[in-house]
Design a protein around this ligand. Structure first.
Ligand code: GLU
Length: 339
């Protein structure tokens, strides 16, 4: 005989949510069509708009910040990493979801993947349209992010990004479009998985070291080394590299043309900086492919590091963390090969 009516509700996983703002918490507040203010609504309001989430998970909600992700900085990254670690520490917590603006989500995700010590799911989620836009994408993205955080397949994957029914590894994902809901792409390595209305499908593990296998930590740090990105172009000279050195950069990422190339004038400035102990990493402005050592630029001669398939903004994240451990270009090159 069925006793369904008196059965207790099945135990739901406990998921911690850290909110930081972004367009997922944004609202059109009048004015020009399409204009809006990001980081306006509380996490309680966002979750309250998706009552189906309560059937899936028990949530603990924590508002860490309320910013557009263009305002993310080192202090907030360090704070977020510490809060993420603390939130995931209790044995009863199954996973973590972080709401975040999409502009710099890939950088925060990669930072957390390298700085938080956990095997538990850590899922970043945002939206391209504000919460009160026509066909807002935030509610389904949030629902799917919670589903991914509840899923055992998200264990030991490092940080993940969920949007537009897709699951991306932190290291692989990049924002590629200013407005479309399908803005995120994992360009070189492909998707971690798909999530359709809470149903999760996995395609493969993260290919590089992260979380427990990472040597980096946010603990006991209040700052990170200064690293600038210099964008290469036809007609480039040495001005911006010299400016970065003068500003006190410990590292410079070149968003190089093609496979991390830069004009001879800029290369001379970069080699002079490297000789002074400033770490020069060559990445590519193209958005895809590898920057390998010593193809057109003699990295051994100039003391440069090749970024592999990390885009310039992610190369900057890794270089900041790397410089907390060493200033040796050879050791930093190994880190770029490993993380
Ligand atoms: N600037 C906003 C942010 O990154 C807009 C992007 C978004 O969240 O979709 O927070």
């Amino acid at each position: 005989m069925s006793n369904a009516a008196s059965s207790p509700l099945p135990l739901r996983p406990r998921i911690h949510v850290l909110a930081t703002g972004g367009t997922i918490a944004g609202a059109h507040t009048g004015g020009a069509p399409g204009s809006y203010r990001s980081a306006t609504l509380s996490i309680e309001t966002l979750v309250g708009a998706v009552p189906q989430i309560a059937e899936m998970a028990d949530l603990a909600l924590e508002q860490v910040a309320q910013v557009g992700s263009q305002d993310m900085d080192d202090a907030l990254w360090l704070e977020l990493a510490r809060r993420a670690g603390a939130a995931l520490a209790p044995p009863g917590v199954a996973g973590l979801v972080i709401t975040h603006g999409t502009d710099t989500m890939e950088e925060t995700a990669y930072f957390l993947s390298l700085a938080v010590k956990t095997t538990k799911p850590m899922v970043l989620v945002g939206a391209m349209r504000p919460a009160n836009a026509i066909s807002a994408d935030g509610p389904m993205n949030l629902y799917n992010a919670i589903a991914v955080a509840c899923d055992p397949g998200a264990t030991s994957q490092g940080a993940l990004v969920v949007a537009n029914d897709e699951i991306h590894h932190a290291r692989a994902v990049s924002k590629t479009n200013t407005t479309q809901v399908g803005t995120f792409h994992s360009i070189n390595q492909g998707l971690a998985g798909l999530v359709n209305q809470g149903r999760v499908h996995w395609f493969g593990p993260a290919g590089t070291q992260h979380t427990l296998a990472s040597e980096f930590s946010a603990d006991a740090r209040s700052t990170l080394p200064r690293v600038e990105i210099v964008f290469a172009h036809a007609g480039m000279d040495r001005t911006l590299i010299d400016a970065a050195v003068a500003a006190g950069a410990e590292g410079i990422v070149i968003a190089g043309v093609g496979s991390g190339n830069l004009h001879a004038l800029a290369r001379t400035a970069a080699a002079e900086a490297a000789a002074k102990g400033i770490c020069i990493v060559r990445a590519s402005r193209t958005g895809g492919g590898m920057v390998e050592r010593s193809v057109e630029v003699d990295d051994d001669r100039f003391g440069f590091v090749a970024a592999g398939d990390l885009n310039p903004q992610k190369a900057r994240v890794l270089l900041k963390l790397a410089l907390t451990r060493t200033h040796s270009p050879a050791l930093i090159q190994e880190m770029f090969d490993r993380y």
